[in-house]
Design a protein around this ligand. Sequence first.
Ligand code: FHN
Length: 466
Amino acid sequence: MKPYTKIILGIFILLMTFNWSCQNAPKEKKNKPVDFLNESKEDFDKRMKWWREARFGMFIHWGIYAVPAGIHNGFETKSVGEWIQLFAKIPISEYEEYAKKFNPIKYDAEEWVKLMKKAGMKYVVITSKHHDGFALWDSKVSEYDVVDFAPYGKDILKSLAAACKAQGIKFGLYHSIMDWHHPQAQANSEPEYDYQNHPNTEFPQFVENYLKPQIKELVDNYDPDILWFDGEWINDFTHEMGLDIYQFVRTLKPSLIINNRVDKGRKGMAGMNRDDQKYAGDFGTPEQEILEGTSTMDWESCMTMNDTWGFKSLDLNWKSDKILIQNLVDITAKGGNYLLNVGPTAEGLIPAASVERLEKMGKWLEVNGEAIYATQKLEKVFKQGEGIRFTKKKNKPDYYVITFKQPHKELVIHHIQPDEKSSIQLLGYDKPLKWTFDLKKSLIIQIPESIPGEIAWTFKIKGKEI
Ligand code: FHN
């Protein structure tokens, strides 16, 4: 046999041997489950990229609590609308009557998604199931859902997920771990429940036979991009359960982004993890508040537009569009996301006061959005005084100075030095602005006589942070 033939034959045999060994590697090595709790920073950053760039999302609290809308048997609950079953002490059988009246015939998923886009929102998180246990999708795990138990009879999540996908809005689901309806979990619905002496030994069965199967339904059928857990604070739910559910969900869909309320790490309404122990969850969840400063952990501030998450007919305490826009700017400058809530009515309408504010925010973002989307916090500062915030584009020398007070004559900025001969622009104004940079490291921008804009003015500067 010629030497050349021998070499070819040898290579062939080697390749065949390698291929055989791959095919017959021990199953556990080839199919080793991925440990999502120890994800590399590179993989984590890649997974979080779209979420970090999105900055602004819609929270939707919707369910049968919209039927009483804060008033039960003439009693107006002082709490948030979605807690009426508990605060009005409504027995489960009586509360179920609200499910039998839930018929949101005016619900139009496509219109809702159009409003999200008009508002400049890039994602949505809607309640699949809140603490009352009522499911807004056609669950095969339970009859207590909008298709089998309510006259509406249609799958709300299915139409919203489809509309989001069609219009390019990322789709998220809020899912409550606490469940006031399920017999193996409902103990948590009694504030005076004595956990210490009567631990609810059935809760683990609820987790395995109900909570996880419903989560699987949601991921398999509606393909969410975010899972936003809540109600994790109950004594029955443990850190071990949290780790298990995080791993379970990521195994179902590895790219899913999950909040820190999947585990026990959250420190109350401040929303960030209480200590350096390793908790599951990809971002912190300050609620009705904004971090004082910045954080090394991703975070999203969730807030209502009035004082309730679920619709209440008598709650007219609406925040101004000025406050809402300033919140968005402040949160962005600190490196967070803003999840702003709407509470639709039992008919399926988003309250007009919410629509009005969202449209105003969208108009502001049409002009100033480049200072919000796909930006990051600066290295050293996020603000100058109380009225100025800074953001910057990632890996580009584009800096944004956003002032909450309309500037006149000149605006003095510290912390940023423009590139020589670069132009400084006021977003929404078509002429470059005159500026000087003096040795005291102050940038002085000349402000024209009349400038457009309202609520917050954005100056774009090519330069560096100093
Ligand atoms: O109890 C819930 C409340 O109803 C609402 O869903 C908020 C929004 O995140 N989370 C819990 C209160 O912290």
